[in-house]
Design a protein around this ligand. Structure first.
Ligand code: A3P
Length: 290
């Protein structure tokens, strides 16, 4: 069900999507999407490491070949299934295809549930997701102004942000029906030991890379190198749409920046709200005891 909402957003099954990159046609395309058994989807709640996965997956699937990440913009190299670019580029992607999506589990197209397509789900500490999103809303002209950090936190906790509540998204993708089709990784593990996480991904995909190829992928996918890759740092997007003078898309690339934004009171409120929503699930995260 599609309802046209505020100026910047469309509403789809109760979730808010930016009109800049989604429309009725793209969501229809998504609903009818035909997944192949060898497709790979990186699923993320926004600001959890999507762009990073768009850099990692092509070389992992093609023996370490970095040509695609050096020559094709990230949005066409590993497209979002639900965005307007998808119908234009999906057929041009070599098999096995890698794609990304911000969709919750229950909204995946019917072919997802009958195919064997695999999923890598990237989770990031929601406090850092919130901070990253706050700065993104300031630099992206196609999103509403975030207001103060406290106001934006309230919207985030209420799910009045892109793709709804973080907790709903995370819980939806813990569905036991997914079995061995899904690999869970965290942004924080990738920060700590990218090489180790890439080896887990390769193992999950039943693939191997030589030590040299793996080293070169790890090196290429560092924050520093991605920041200078014009195919990935969003410098191809006009300044009127994304103003990097206000904030870079590849902004800080660290874990724990939330400590520079949260007051102790806000931290207590945020932690309590997230814990309450997750209390009936047995999901454990590396940041739980921070
Ligand atoms: P920050 O705003 O905290 O820097 P997404 O791609 O899902 O929109 O997420 C964007 C976030 O991922 C940004 O976080 C961005 O800097 C971070 N990111 C992207 N590539 C990264 C990398 N190679 N290393 C660390 N962080 C990365």
């Amino acid at each position: 069900m599609l309802i046209m909402g505020s100026f910047n957003y469309i509403h789809y099954h109760g979730l808010m999507f930016p009109k800049e990159s989604h429309n009725e046609k793209s969501l229809e395309y998504f609903e009818k999407f035909n997944l192949n058994d060898d497709d790979l989807i990186a699923i993320t709640y926004p600001k959890s490491g999507t762009t990073w996965m768009q850099e990692i997956l092509p070389p992992l699937l093609r023996g370490g070949d970095l040509t695609a990440v050096k020559t094709i913009p990230n949005w066409d190299r590993v497209p979002w299934m639900e965005e307007t670019r998808a119908p234009l580029v999906m057929d041009k992607i070599p098999s096995p295809r890698a794609m990304v999506s911000h969709m919750p589990y229950q909204l995946m197209p019917p072919s997802f549930f009958t195919s064997k397509a695999k999923v890598i789900y990237v989770t990031r500490n929601p406090k850092d997701v919130l901070v990253s999103s706050f700065h993104f809303h300031k630099m992206a002209s196609f999103l509403d102004e975030p207001g103060t950090f406290e106001e934006f936190t309230d919207k985030f906790l209420a799910g009045k942000v892109l793709f709804g509540k973080w907790t709903d998204h995370v819980k939806s993708w813990r569905n036991p029906d997914l079995g061995e089709r899904i690999l869970y990784v965290t942004y924080e593990e990738m920060i700590q030991d990218l090489r180790g996480v890439l080896k887990r991904m390769l193992n999950f995909l039943g693939r191997q890379l030589s030590t040299e190829a793996l080293d070169s992928v790890v090196n290429h996918c560092s924050f520093k190198n991605m920041k200078t890759n014009n195919m990935s740092n969003y410098s191809l997007v006009p300044e009127e749409i994304m103003d990097s003078k206000k904030s870079s898309f590849l902004r800080k690339g660290i874990s724990g920046d939330w400590k520079n934004h949260f007051s102790p009171e806000l931290d207590d409120k945020f932690t309590a709200a997230i814990q309450e929503e997750l209390k009936d699930s047995n999901i454990k995260f590396p940041w739980d005891d921070e």
